[in-house]
Ligand binder design. Structure first.
Ligand SMILES: [Zn+2]
Length: 495
């Protein structure tokens, strides 16, 4: 934004009054004159009583840093309104890649250049409220916050015929006043973002692409500021390619929200407290389960450890679905915490989701308290993400465990510790798809538990189709680990 415009929008009181007068909104702004010092031109509304804005006492509006959904969609949003030429080029780029986006527009810019706003609507995009002047609302009193949001909505409605339903501040941050004013005005919520794509530093093109692809998440909300971002137009092809490579599509915010659900708070989910710290672990009993050698059935279990991006995990889900195979996913919960929708997507695809710790420590290196806290936290994060109690199995990171640690883990509610008998070292990117496949084909027996990983940039996805085909050719049925070992829902075992 150039200095002249900056001054005009933020401090040009007379100019702002004039613009607001044009759209008939002077009554709320405290402007009493059309320009300063001209006593002959009086605002016709000046003598009307000023309505008083009282801090709302009802419920705060909803906030959306992302939308709770396991659908393969996310939103591309823009903040601010750059110059006419840039905005039209941006619209052309979006058309080229058939992206329907959401524009959070400042009311004052819409008042100044209504044709750009109308063009955005005409091209099929959504318009929302970026506040009147994009001020730092945390520095304003409640009445000013209210007016910044309310007036912007009024102007956008008058100029474009569209009534915004969502508001976002310039920075994407918000406080209680913003939420209360949003609710008082009757809007559906405050939208922030899951990724604010700021100016690049010195990243190479492949680095930029991978960074963007990592943030293509289910229910995600990507934000770019059209006034600040120097590479705005170049970002569109990259975003389009990343979304296509992950297999997701961009939808406007209102659609994303309409498709989304409400997450229950953790305490309302049955089994959220099934795992609790317990100092009395000395005599706890546990089972280290490597496989089910007793079975006479030709059953084996595929298990996937750790965490990855939507790109990798969705590809694993697609391969499993293609072969109609159900597997068990041991999740690293600090990854789940940052992207809970992906954990939910694994569950919705019919797989079992289980605990692989929060921070992925070697469990034998922690104090009993640290270890229990880490696993309890993981249980809560995973439970909240998938909105139900996970499968009651724990797998220790790196597979390392000893008698004392096993008791500490059992005492909190995990008597069954899930290990494996077939390991391929697929987590090492130096190991090829062929290597992974050969180990599995050579080592798998009746009742085997096969360890794989859902990390990015390894060869597991490449190996997976031939692994499944090879095992089925040998007569194996692929089942969830809980079914293979006869674990019932409450965590006990049948045999
Ligand atoms: Zn691991």
């Amino acid at each position: 934004m150039d200095r002249k415009r900056n001054t005009y929008f933020h401090y040009g009181r007379a100019g702002a009054c004039l613009l607001l007068a044009v759209v008939g909104l002077v009554w709320l702004t405290g402007c009493s004159l059309f320009g300063s010092g001209d006593e002959t031109v009086r605002d016709p509304n000046a003598d009307k009583p000023q309505p008083e804005i009282v801090r709302y006492t009802g419920e705060k509006s909803k906030v959306y840093p992302f939308v709770y959904t396991a659908k393969r969609e996310l939103s591309l949003t823009f903040n601010g309104m750059s110059d006419d030429v840039t905005m039209r080029k941006l619209l052309d780029e979006l058309d080229r890649y058939r992206i329907r986006a959401t524009f959070f527009l400042p009311g004052m810019r819409v008042a100044e250049e209504p044709d750009v706003a109308k063009e955005i609507v005409a091209r099929g995009h959504e318009i929302e409220n970026n506040t009147l002047n994009r001020l730092d609302l945390t520095k304003l009193d409640y009445e000013q916050v209210y007016k910044e949001i309310h007036l912007s909505n009024e102007i956008i409605q008058r100029e474009t015929g569209v009534t915004p339903q969502f508001v976002r501040t310039k920075s994407g941050d918000y406080n209680d006043d913003v939420r209360l004013a949003t609710a008082q005005i009757g809007l559906k919520g405050v939208v922030s973002y899951s990724l604010f794509l700021h100016n690049w530093q010195s990243e190479s093109e492949p680095e930029k692409y991978l960074y963007i692809r990592k943030h293509i998440t289910r229910g995600g909300i990507i934000n770019i500021d059209t006034e600040e971002d120097k590479a705005l137009l170049e970002a569109i092809p990259m975003l389009a390619r990343a979304a296509e490579d992950v297999g997701y599509s961009f939808v406007p915010v209102s659609k994303l929200v309409a498709h989304g659900g409400i997450r229950k708070p953790l305490e309302e989910i049955k089994g959220y407290d099934a795992i609790k710290p317990n100092k009395n672990y000395e005599n706890a009993k546990y089972n280290l389960i490597f496989s089910n050698r007793e079975t006479r059935k030709k059953e084996v279990a595929l298990t996937f450890d750790d965490w990855g991006t939507d790109y990798t995990i969705t590809k694993i889900l697609d391969i499993l679905e293609k072969y109609d195979v159900k597997a068990t996913f041991f999740l690293r919960a600090n990854g789940v915490e940052a992207n809970p929708n992906l954990a939910r997507a694994i569950l919705e695809a019919g797989h079992d989701v289980a605990n692989h710790s929060y921070s992925h420590p070697v469990v034998t290196t922690l104090t009993p308290e640290q270890l229990q806290d880490d696993i309890v936290k993981a249980h809560q994060v995973i439970t909240e993400a998938i909105q139900q109690q996970p499968t009651m199995l724990f797998r220790p990171p790196t597979g390392e465990i000893d008698d004392k640690t096993a008791k500490i883990i059992s005492a909190i509610g995990f008597p069954n510790i899930a290990l494996y008998d077939v390991t391929t070292f697929d987590w090492d990117a130096n190991n090829s798809a062929n290597h992974i496949e050969n180990i599995i084909m050579n080592q798998t027996q009746n009742g085997s538990v096969i360890l794989l990983h859902m990390l990015d940039d390894i060869h597991t996805i490449e190996a997976l189709p031939s692994v499944i085909e090879g095992l089925e050719k040998k007569g194996f049925t692929l089942v969830k680990m809980a079914d293979l070992i006869g674990l019932n829902q409450s965590g006990g075992r049948k045999q």
